[in-house]
Write a protein that binds this ligand. Structure first.
Ligand SMILES: [Zn+2]
Length: 75
């Protein structure tokens, strides 16, 4: 799970650290049609940005994940 998260996370410029830092994705808010994620600096835990994931994207990522799981089961 940790590996999967770090794969998706990118680096963003952090004002406090004064450099581009790897970010941690944190689920901030769940709405009926979307989810909002907060990007936190792994160095100082400042919020560096937010991302909205729409229901359509969620459905796609969920089906992609289940496809991966079933692929793993077969092989
Ligand atoms: Zn920082």
């Amino acid at each position: 799970m940790q590996q999967f998260e770090s794969l998706r996370a990118s680096s963003l410029y952090c004002k406090k650290c004064q450099t581009a830092m790897p970010v941690r994705e944190k689920l901030l808010l769940v709405l009926p049609d979307k989810e909002i994620y907060d990007y936190l600096c792994t160095g100082c835990a400042s919020s560096l940005g937010q991302r909205e994931v729409t229901a359509g994207e969620l459905l796609m990522s969920r089906s992609a994940m289940s496809r991966q799981a079933s692929t793993r089961g077969i092989f």
